[in-house]
Design a protein around this ligand. Sequence first.
Ligand code: UDP
Length: 459
Amino acid sequence: MEQRKGRRLILFPLPFQGHINPMLELANILYRKGFSITIIHTNFNSLNPSTHPHFTFHSISDNLSESEAADKDILLLLSNLNAKCCEPFRECLATLLSNVTEEPVACLICDPLFDFTQSVADSLKLPRILLRTGGASSTAVYSSFPLLREKGYIPKQDSRLEEPVTELSPLRVKDLPMINSSEPERFYKLVRALSYDTKDSYGFIFNTFEDLEQHALATIRKEFHIPIFPIGPFHKYFPAASSSSTSLLSQDQSCISWLNTQPPKSVIYVSFGSIAAVNEAQFLEIAWALASSKQLFLWVVRPGLVHGSEWLEPLPSGFLESLNGMGQIVKWAPQKEVLAHQAVGVFWTHNGWNSTLESICEGVPMICIPFSADQMVNARYVSDVWKIGLRLELGINRGEIDRAIRRLMIEKEGQAIRGRVSKLKDMANLCLKQGGSSYQSLDGLVNHILSLEFLLRKL
Ligand code: UDP
């Protein structure tokens, strides 16, 4: 813990699991660097202040109706959050800034997907720094959207999905990020929030490291003209077990006891994150693929994973008994601990950025089944750039899943892939050590934050 700096930072996470985790990890990192921390959060997916007694929490009312909060159209939900949080956020921030009994606030750190925060911060003369919870490679792709539209790659046409995007090799048209919504323009708004609109901020923090995404980081530095701070992997600043506190669902620890009884690298861990969903036919295809692989597996079936079902109802009766202890199903796992467990040999993932990075940090090869957004880019990087996993090109297809499991768990190819991801794991550890790239970048970020008030005074 470093000496207190007499400066407070206000952090405002987007209320989704994959955005909350890295923002709270960043808060812990900056707290250890000596800053006081205030978190503003919404009622929707509200945080539990008791998990971080050293932070100050302020909740704002988002006024989402029950049906709005339950909307499966994630872009509509985001659009409603942006519309309804703006005024409550402005009021909360103004009150915090007028509180003279606390340390001066150095800056606001927020998620670029809260698109109103720049104008609010400007109106209160507070510098705004962004945290990108996705990777640098996908961010570079978002910043290429004007070119991709001009060249006709976007909107994607079904007949061109397998075509290479020569300007962004090795991506294919099908790998370009997209999120379906009742109103397509909402997606382009999100693209602008992650690229063009970031240029007015005072800096961009990334949960990644130079050795992993050097090329994309160089592109971003060239295009964005704001200071870029790749200081990840955030979760490796702390022991694995300490990171459970930001989970919105309760983590089922029983799977760790089960893993303790399994041989090294024998288990396939399957999880598609906090938002992705499948239909009943896809769910059954996954279930049969796992059962027929004859490999041990730990499968996270989140309530809501299967459209129209509460939990496991679509499974045929007798399915669970027929596994004879080969498989374990939980509603939510302590994922970082699971991936760090010696029994886990492969991660079958949707390639959300956090999951991808967590897998790399534990040296676990991946089977990739991206569903939407940046997951498409991450999956292609895993399979074709870093060569640390296999992408399922046919979607959820039992034959291809079976082949991927064999290639990774049984065949020689799996060992080569494991060797490569192990090297990345070592690099991830090294970059946080004194003199490492993320270590230095974090020092740069701290100095940048401390210099902001002088910058502002000069304006
Ligand atoms: N996670 C977890 N338990 C689970 C599944 C996921 O704790 O059973 C965590 C995971 O460690 C990661 C986050 O939830 O930090 C998911 O983020 P990601 O970016 O991978 O995907 P998203 O949920 O945003 O699609």
